[in-house]
Design a protein around this ligand. Structure first.
Ligand SMILES: [Fe+2]
Ligand SMILES: [Fe+2]
Length: 375
């Protein structure tokens, strides 16, 4: 049955958010979820703002052919109506172990925040811009992210939880990034998002008994959306060759690769029960996602990180232990807690430096970045 009210059918982000808000009656409060989503630590999803005028000035002429093809595909909207529950949706929250349930809810809230973070940034670019190429793209991406966030909220609502999207938009702290940093960070988060979703989807295809919640059935179409978003940023990066070839920018690209990969590693290792329930070895999963993301990122970045280097994994683990120490120090408070926290931060920084200085693996970048989702 078609329900035009649902966010899955919305043509714009605004419509999708309004549809989600309409589903939540006044009795539906979830301070815990919104509180989790409001957190601003190095590990939690952030909201971004940028120099929208500079982004609006981008000229996509150098990539016109690929650009038009991508926009046409996104406009055709193959996933319209997909992100809503159907007969395959059989959620069993009551049967879930409480500890697993807690980790899974944390996963959903953090995913919802990340999806919505993209939505807010893209929507704002669309609103402020006057360059039709750019505003068209950002409106289409905002639409997709709002549907994704809405669908996760559908899942959470069944557990009596929701993330208040309107409240987040207004109250969450925004971090300013120069446009080129937005390109690097967002390109990577879209592509790593694709790699994460498809790796779980393929794993569960082989082990359907491990699919402890129906939302994973939606991951294939989901990751195809993220793949397209990543393609758009790859094209944006191609409009100005200096973005991926200048000495300084290469230093930044390596920084973002290291930061995105290590954040994912630390965050995933904090959800052992979630991964155990999926039957996924979290260390294998991390390396597998890095491998796919690195392979894809060769389309624009002139090097990849050496994730098989002997210094790689030990220092990711060191960073993970350091982040636990920081969290404990923060929870403990007082002078002792501060010392513990600062010690943890110093250890994390040392581990980051140890990874950052691993020599990268260089390769030749193709003229056209265009790729198909192949995993
Ligand atoms: Fe998304
Ligand atoms: Fe996306």
């Amino acid at each position: 049955m078609n329900n035009p009210k649902h966010s899955a059918f919305a043509d714009t982000a605004e419509e999708a958010i309004a549809a989600q808000d309409a589903l939540d009656g006044p009795e539906m409060t979830s301070e815990m979820a919104t509180e989790v989503a409001m957190q601003n630590t190095l590990l939690t999803p952030r909201f971004y703002t940028t120099d929208f005028a500079e982004m609006d000035a981008i000229d996509v002429t150098p990539v016109r052919k690929d650009w038009d093809a991508l926009i046409a595909r996104m406009k055709a909207d193959p996933n319209k109506g997909h992100f809503r529950k159907n007969d395959e949706w059989q959620a069993n929250w009551e049967g879930m172990e409480p500890a697993l349930k807690a980790e899974f809810i944390d996963f959903l809230i953090s995913s919802c925040t990340a999806e919505f973070s993209g939505c807010v940034l893209y929507k704002e670019m669309k609103r402020r811009g006057s360059n039709t190429d750019i505003t068209t793209l950002f409106q289409l991406m905002a639409r997709d992210e709002a549907r994704h966030a809405g669908f996760i909220n559908d899942a959470l609502r069944e557990a009596g939880i929701r993330v208040n999207l309107g409240f987040l938009t207004q109250q969450k702290k925004y971090t300013y990034f120069r446009p080129k940093f937005i390109y690097y960070a967002t390109y990577l988060s879209e592509k790593i998002g694709y790699a994460r979703y498809i790796t779980i989807f393929r794993h569960l295809e082989k082990h359907p008994d491990k699919r402890f919640h129906p939302i994973f059935l939606w991951f294939r179409e989901w990751c195809n959306d993220e793949f397209s978003h990543g393609e758009a940023f790859a094209l944006l990066l191609k409009t100005d060759p200096a973005l991926t070839t200048s000495r300084m920018n290469k230093i930044w690209i390596k920084f973002f690769l290291t930061a995105v990969y290590s954040t994912m590693w630390v965050r995933d290792h904090q959800r052992p029960l979630f991964h155990e329930a999926l039957g996924v070895d979290v260390t294998w999963y991390g390396q597998e996602v890095f491998r796919k993301t690195s392979e894809i990122s060769k389309q624009v970045f002139p090097f990849t990180l050496d994730i098989d280097h002997p210094r790689w994994r030990p220092n990711l683990d060191r960073m993970e232990r350091a982040s636990v120490q920081v969290a404990k120090g923060k929870a403990r408070g007082g002078f002792g807690g501060t010392v513990q926290r600062l010690g943890g931060m110093a250890r994390a920084a040392a581990a980051f430096a140890a990874i950052y200085t691993i020599p990268a693996i260089h390769h030749t970048v193709p003229d056209s970045p265009v790729m198909e989702p192949a995993y």
